[in-house]
Design a protein around this ligand. Structure first.
Ligand code: C5P
Length: 413
């Protein structure tokens, strides 16, 4: 199996592979260095989208940045064509990091005051992604109390400051205010990802139902939509993990930046899981694996000749138990969908299946399956927590936090 991080990047900057960097360029002579920065970021495996302020386009052309980033460059807040392709809110959500390099004194002042009067400043307000700024300006402008006040304000709001360096300046003066070198900026961005909770961790998730064929046109299956498992896989990816998703048949879009292995039956899911699970640190079994399959699958469509018929079934392999029984198992998390005695059944499964954690939910009567919402009772040896009804995306992030916490605690033992 090849995870994205195995492909080309083996050095210390592996943390930029697959990462999405929104690079903001403001007006300053150092803007020419952003071209090199874009190239280096891409060299390290990042996807780069560039947003330029109108002043930046006076120093370097959008066409250069478009060619180097491989993506259209965004310059206008109210550009209908650009909004139709990728609107400013979408861009703000897209980014894993927003990096402004060079950041001019004027831009820093606007950011410090929370202005949203152009595309870049609007994005900085609209994004949830960590913001990194690399100032570049004349030394007097940098040392001016107004600029220093704005910088302090931004740092108080958790903006990361990259530089500036000191040295010869384009204006002929010498002192602080030089843009850091592209390599230094790349290093700092890479370092910002290394603090992600699951950076360098590999997570395998199973999701969706399985289908157990009776004949070529009929199968046994269940109501699982795969939404919870897909949300868990995304939450793990957002926490910095390399994620592999082994998915039964679902009607969901394959999530971005996650390696998806599609399977149909329980036996195929088992094969896919066992082939690679030894490479993973955490295994989360969210799939609703069919418990039984037909002893024999008919080669042709079965004719309805008799008044009734009996299907002979046999148990499918318990994938989760096989994983937790490995000689050095990953941190193993199961799910339990129950229609009754939720707590008792979940605790029993936690023990019987030798799990590190189990997330149990009540199903039937319009909850659990096919729904955007869910609630989870999470148990682990010696503890539990109730995660109240919420959209599955939110619940998945909360569950991931619990998993990370327990995983780290177990690692320390
Ligand atoms: O025993 P039960 O099916 O309720 O256990 C549910 C948990 O076991 C889920 O995490 C599910 O993904 C996993 N499972 C499995 N293989 C099976 C049946 C269930 O991995 N054959």
């Amino acid at each position: 199996m090849i995870l994205p991080c195995d492909i080309r990047y083996t050095d210390s900057m592996q943390s930029l592979v697959n990462k999405r960097i929104l690079l903001g360029i403001t007006g300053g002579v150092a803007a020419y260095k952003s071209a090199e920065l874009t190239r280096r970021l891409r060299d390290q495996g990042a996807t780069v989208r560039v947003v330029m302020t109108p002043a930046a386009t006076e120093f370097i052309t959008p066409l250069t940045l478009q060619a180097l980033s491989g993506n259209p460059v965004h310059t206008e807040l109210l550009d209908h064509n650009a909004e139709a392709a990728m609107g400013h809110i979408e861009l703000a959500r897209w980014a894993d990091r927003v990096v402004v390099a060079p950041a001019s004194a004027n831009f820093i002042a606007r950011l410090g005051n929370g202005l949203a009067d152009d595309l870049l400043s609007t994005l900085c307000l609209a994004t949830n992604a960590p913001l990194l700024i690399a100032p570049a300006m004349n030394r007097q402008m940098w040392l001016n109390p107004a600029t220093q006040e704005n910088i302090s304000r931004l740092q108080a709001r958790k903006t990361t400051l990259l530089g500036p360096a000191a040295g010869d300046q384009a204006c002929g003066e010498t002192g602080p205010g030089r843009l850091l070198e592209p390599d230094e900026i790349v290093q700092a961005i890479a370092a910002s990802f290394k603090t992600d909770q699951l950076a360098g961790t590999r997570v395998m998730v199973t999701a969706g139902p399985t289908r157990e064929f009776i004949d070529p046109v009929r199968y046994l299956s269940n109501r699982s939509s795969g939404r919870m498992g897909y949300a868990v896989a995304r939450a793990a990816m957002e926490s910095g993990a390399d994620v592999m998703l082994v998915s039964g048949p679902v009607a969901l879009e394959p999530p971005d930046r996650i390696q998806v292995v599609e399977v149909v039956s329980a036996r195929q899911m088992r094969e896919a899981v066992l082939a690679d699970v030894s490479l993973f640190d955490i295994f989360i079994s969210a799939a609703a694996v069919a418990d039984y399959r037909c002893v024999e699958t008919a080669g042709q469509k079965i004719k309805k000749e008799d008044a009734g018929m009996a299907l002979q079934l046999k148990k499918t392999p318990d994938i989760l138990f096989e994983v937790s029984s490995l000689s050095s198992p990953p941190f193993t998390v199961g799910f339990a969908a129950e229609t009754e005695s939720l707590a008792a059944n979940a605790k029993q499964k936690l023990m019987n299946k030798k799990l590190d954690m189990i997330a149990a939910n009540q199903v039937g009567d319009g909850v659990g399956f096919d729904s955007e919402f869910n609630a989870l009772d999470v148990y682990w040896p010696g503890g539990s927590q109730f995660l109240e009804t919420a959209p599955k995306e939110k619940l998945a992030r909360q569950l991931m936090e619990l998993i990370v916490k327990r995983y780290r605690e177990k690692e320390e033992v």
